[in-house]
Design a protein around this ligand. Structure first.
Ligand code: ADP
Ligand code: ASP
Ligand code: MG
Length: 407
């Protein structure tokens, strides 16, 4: 007897037939006494289509209304899946995020789960239901619908697994586990048996879209074992867990990640005095825009002014542009340049600290391929380089081949 959370991503529930075959599989694998909570994403590319629909009306960021729109995708899937279970003779009930007790901050489009009261989930399970919860959504204390950021159904699933103390959270997707790099970009990527929360969190933050970073964070906080596996095969996938037996440090390099959702912004000729950088970043924070890499350069030729270059997610440009227009007016900077053709390539591994040759090895690959590095940033377990998006795939493949000794 086990308490299991199973999450199915968009491609897994893309058609009614796929929903029905998931239902058959769940019923087949369910053991006597098992209690099952299923979290589902919107069908196929529904969320992208809803974004496109909104863009036909406006290019401005309407947070609340956007969430009202985006949350509808997951509601279609939960209702259909509950009907499919009933058709197959199994009791089931669907819940929206709010009905499942998921309370979030009021940061529309990137709500954070603040509380999860699973009373209704428990009651429905005790009544013999398979419980189906809409991923990616929650509700504020005022009752407004929020969404959790793209890929947020992963976070819904892990948060529920943590709150109900599930034995495992299974993330069913279109790959059969976590690989050393995105297998769609690097065909030679290798599947991992397991990975620690820390390394997976770094991979996810740096662009490995197979898991939303917050889901991994949540898994680590509540110690939820996460099993990433294929919807279309029964083979075991990859466990994300704290595994001391894994001897984490033996892996110098764990993976290569890439991220195209990057925009580079340069504020030229900003007064080189205390308070100016603060004003730029405080205004961005006010609009909930996350800043990633930051470089401030010193201009020798023209004293008194400096240039600041930073990166944000490309999807946050509409909100950032409002701030930049205001800054250009208020701070009388020389110019503001926005470049939407950059990408970030990163090398991740808990064992890389204290191995100076690794950065050099990575930069050597860029040099060999005549790829210019615009910004470099590091953490204890990663090195990231900002390069032109057009060179991204070639760079990821070459870095993977070098560090994973492909033949
Ligand atoms: P879902 O709709 O099931 O949530 P996603 O598209 O969000 O699926 O995530 C699965 C995809 O993540 C895979 O198809 C793969 O291309 C991509 N991916 C990126 N990096 C990795 C990696 N390191 N290992 C496995 N998959 C990865
Ligand atoms: N449907 C949402 C998205 O496409 C959430 C998810 O799939 O995890 O981002
Ligand atoms: Mg996903």
């Amino acid at each position: 007897m086990a308490l299991i959370v199973k999450k199915f991503g968009g491609s897994s529930v893309a058609t009614p037939d796929k929903i029905s075959s998931i239902v058959q599989r769940v019923i087949r694998e369910k053991k006597e006494g098992d209690q099952i909570v299923i979290v589902v994403s919107a069908m196929g590319d529904t969320t992208d289509e809803l974004v496109t629909l909104a863009n036909k009306i406006t290019s401005k960021p309407y947070g609340r209304e956007m969430d009202m729109l985006l949350a509808t995708g997951e509601q279609i899937s939960i209702a259909l899946m509950a009907m499919a279970f009933e058709e197959a003779g199994e009791k089931a009930i669907s819940f929206t995020g709010g009905q499942a007790g998921i309370m979030t901050s009021a940061a529309f489009n990137k709500g954070r789960i603040l509380d999860l009261q699973p009373a209704r989930i428990f009651k429905a399970l005790q009544e013999g239901n398979i419980v189906i919860v809409a991923g990616f959504q929650g509700q504020t204390s005022r009752g407004d619908i929020t969404t959790l950021g793209r890929g947020g159904s992963d976070t819904t699933a892990v948060a529920i697994a943590g709150a109900i103390h599930a034995d495992v959270c299974e993330i069913f997707t279109d790959v059969d586990g976590i690989y050393t790099s995105d297998p769609r970009v690097v065909p030679a990527a290798q599947k991992m048996e397991s990975i620690t929360y820390g390394e997976m969190l770094e991979m996810a933050k740096l662009g490995a879209g197979v898991m939303q970073p917050r889901a991994v964070e949540m898994g680590s906080r509540f110690n939820v074992p996460i099993h990433v596996r294929s919807t279309f095969s029964e083979e075991p996938g990859t466990m994300i867990q704290e595994d001391y037996a894994m001897k984490v440090k033996q892996y110098l390099i764990r993976g290569v990640a890439q991220d195209k959702n990057v925009a580079k912004i340069t504020v030229l000729g900003i007064p080189n005095r205390p308070g100016f950088a603060y004003q730029v970043f405080a205004e961005l924070a006010e609009k909930n825009v996350d800043v990633d890499m930051i470089v401030q350069s010193v201009r020798i030729a023209k004293e008194g002014v400096t240039d600041i270059t930073f990166t944000i997610a490309r999807t946050e440009l509409p909100a950032a542009r409002e701030v930049l227009a205001h800054i250009q007016k208020e701070l009388s900077v020389e110019d503001i340049l926005v470049d939407e053709s950059m990408a970030k390539v990163s090398l991740v591994g808990a064992g890389m600290a204290g191995h100076p040759g690794i950065a050099a090895g990575m930069f050597g690959i860029f040099s060999d391929h005549h790829i210019n590095i615009e910004i470099i940033s590091t953490s204890e377990i990663s090195i990231s380089c900002l390069i032109a998006e057009e060179s991204m795939e070639k760079a990821v493949q070459a870095i993977h081949a070098h560090f994973f000794k492909e033949n």
